[in-house]
Design a protein around this ligand. Structure first.
Ligand code: MN
Length: 458
């Protein structure tokens, strides 16, 4: 962190540099080298009414949302242990040059967005929590002067976080060792190698993905099935993404640049309260539509092309994942529509067949059969039909059946490189006892509805 005086000096030199640059470059760039993006023919946009946008009501977690998750984790791990053990999970480290976002596992278990802290649970042989402690930094007025108030150990912190106790953070590896020794357990489960040395007689068990009873596997299984609060967060992320796609389409025209659509999309994210894109936004026009994870978004769209848009806002850490494919000039050609209808049918078939107990591979097979029956080869659909979504865009859960409460995508595609023709349609679903509910149903994917939406853009 810089001192105030050096910040002033730096500001002064930046201003001086800017002034120099302006003077030096004024009138120097030849007009033909300056590449404006697409612009409307006149300036009517200056007086255009603001688009009506959804009102996003932040979902609120009940006070025991996070403590219930810790209790469930203790119970799941206690089932396979006949002696007490501890669980240690650290928060993500602070990096002052980047905006801070909490580690997903730590956030899932604590709901806390404070960097550089840790939680420690002690679980008895019955799977009950005998200690449930959040370690927080001691109050530091100098830190708070620069960075604002920060939670410190005490009754306020226990009340706000729902932990049974809070404690001052050990600041050294030695003090962590002492803290672990005080628990009196012989095993500490962690997700990765901790920065402290285990005290004598204590075994540190770093999670093994292959062991079904490991901390990582049990935590993944818990994160896979979402609470009502989590579903509400994802729904908000989807609603923001839908409004953002609609606004992005106002920037989709022949000779517009892919990044202009990205700008409209990500600006809408921020305006509607999303923290950030959940992953690099994909705006792939023409030849870029067949590159599955193209995200440079620096190309100029051309008349007659398609554009694959694969994007998702994060809201309260939950991440939407939506793909739409649109004709750049607003109208599908017959050929584009023919392929589009196959992809849409492949998605609909999988979504309608989905029932609890089926796997994503089962759904993949259903979509693949539709695509191959229409005459396309496996190479034209080179990716899986879906994945879990949640805190992460490719959320944890592994290859297990889809149970009620799981959130997942269905996203078939057909990519024909020789024709520069790529189509992907992706929606977000919640599995229920009756089948899959499409949470992104408000975002049009029917080709006529998409053309109508494109025709109505300002
Ligand atoms: Mn996806």
């Amino acid at each position: 962190m810089q001192s105030a005086r050096s910040t002033q000096r730096l500001s002064a030199s930046i201003i001086a540099l800017l002034l120099t640059t302006c003077v030096a470059t004024e009138g120097v760039i030849p007009a033909q080298e300056w590449q404006p993006g697409w612009q409307p023919a006149d300036n009517t946009w200056l007086s255009a009414p603001r688009t009506i946008e959804p009102i996003i009501t932040p979902p609120r977690a009940t006070p025991d949302e996070f403590s219930a998750r810790r209790a469930a984790l203790a119970k799941a791990l206690g089932a396979s242990s006949d002696e007490p053990f501890a669980i240690w999970v650290p928060a993500r480290a602070f990096d002052e040059l980047d905006p801070f976002f909490q580690d997903d596992d730590f956030y899932y278990l604590s709901g806390s967005e404070i960097p550089d802290i840790a939680l420690l649970m002690v679980v008895d042989a019955e799977g009950s929590l005998t200690a449930d402690t959040l370690f927080l930094p001691d109050k530091d007025p100098n830190f708070e002067l620069w960075n604002g108030t920060r939670l410190s150990p005490g009754p306020d912190a226990t009340q706000q976080t729902g932990f049974v106790s809070t404690a001052p953070l050990p600041v050294t590896a030695d003090s962590w060792s002492d803290t672990i020794a005080e628990t009196g357990v012989a095993r500490v489960l962690t997700l990765s190698a901790p920065p402290w040395t285990a005290p004598e007689g204590v075994e540190v068990v770093s999670s093994n993905r292959r062991d079904p009873n490991s901390l990582r596997r049990k935590l993944s299984a818990l994160r896979l099935l979402k609470s009502d609060y989590e579903i509400a967060c994802l729904q908000a992320a989807i609603d923001i993404t839908g409004a953002a796609i609609r606004n992005a389409l106002t920037e989709v025209h022949p000779e517009a640049w892919e990044y202009q659509a990205q700008g409209a999309l990500e600006g809408t994210y921020l305006r509607l309260g999303s923290e950030r894109p959940g992953f690099a936004s994909i705006f792939g026009s023409g030849p870029n539509s067949v590159t599955l994870h193209y995200n440079k978004n620096r190309r100029q769209m051309q008349d007659g092309e398609l554009m694959v848009i694969d994007v998702g806002a994060k809201y309260q850490y939950y991440c939407a994942d939506i793909s739409r494919t649109v004709p750049v000039n607003g109208r599908f050609t017959d050929r584009q529509r023919q392929v589009y209808e196959v992809v849409l049918a492949a998605q609909t078939a999988a979504a309608e067949a989905a029932r609890p107990g089926m796997t994503i591979k089962d759904l993949d097979g259903i979509s693949r059969a539709v695509i191959e029956n229409a005459g396309y080869e496996p190479k034209h659909f080179p990716h899986s039909v879906g994945h879990w979504i949640g805190l992460d865009v490719h959320d944890v859960g592994g290859r297990v059946p889809i149970e009620a409460g799981a959130l997942f995508t269905i996203e078939p595609g057909i990519y024909i490189a020789e024709e520069n023709l790529g189509i992907r349609i992706e929606d977000d679903y919640l599995m229920t006892s009756e089948g899959a509910v499409k949470l992104s149903v408000a975002i049009p994917s029917d080709p006529d509805a998409l053309e109508a939406m494109l025709a109505s853009r300002s």
